[in-house]
Ligand binder design. Structure first.
Ligand code: CMP
Length: 151
């Protein structure tokens, strides 16, 4: 199975210089980076990305937050990467996120939760298509220096 997920460092994470530390966790775990870019997310992209949230009272704040600076979007690949990433990122609400997770180590409030991680395999496929075009995804081999279990 070649599972992929979208991880995005949100504007607060970029502003706080956390990009390297977050990427390091995914590399260290054994996942493979297959897509990476920095961008200012448009309202249009965000309304598609958050299509299930646009009626929520916090949506205007969420849009303002997500457009307050650049985002670093990444696609990571590997065995069970969607579920494992969610564990590594921690609970959506940083107040509930365990120490050792990205949010549990770097954030305290849900409105500044540092990072996005796709919540399902289907969601990941949808989000990856939204944020990346096909040519931006690299298909590269890595057997020598990876602890990824190749399935
Ligand atoms: P995430 O799970 O990545 O995607 C939805 C985002 O909406 C979530 O992170 C938070 O950034 C934001 N969010 C969810 N609930 C609230 C809330 N109650 N108040 C502010 N922002 C929220």
């Amino acid at each position: 199975v070649r599972e992929r997920t979208l991880i995005a460092v949100k504007p607060d994470g970029v502003q706080r210089r956390l990009v390297g530390q977050i990427m390091q966790r995914f590399e260290q775990r054994g996942f493979k980076l297959v897509g990476l870019k920095m961008l200012k997310a448009s309202d249009e992209l965000l309304s598609q990305h958050y299509h299930d949230l646009n009626k929520k009272p916090f949506y205007p704040n969420l849009l303002r937050y997500m457009t307050s600076g650049p985002v670093v979007a990444m696609v990571w690949e590997g065995h069970n990467v969607v579920r494992t990433s969610r564990m590594m990122v921690g609970d959506t609400n940083p107040a509930e996120a365990h120490p050792g997770t990205v949010r549990g180590d770097f954030s305290i409030h849900i409105s500044r939760n540092v990072v996005h991680a796709s919540d399902s395999v289907e969601g990941a496929q949808r989000e990856i298509q939204l944020w990346f075009n096909r040519k931006e995804l690299m298909d590269w081999d890595c057997c020598d220096h990876s602890n990824t279990y190749q399935v």
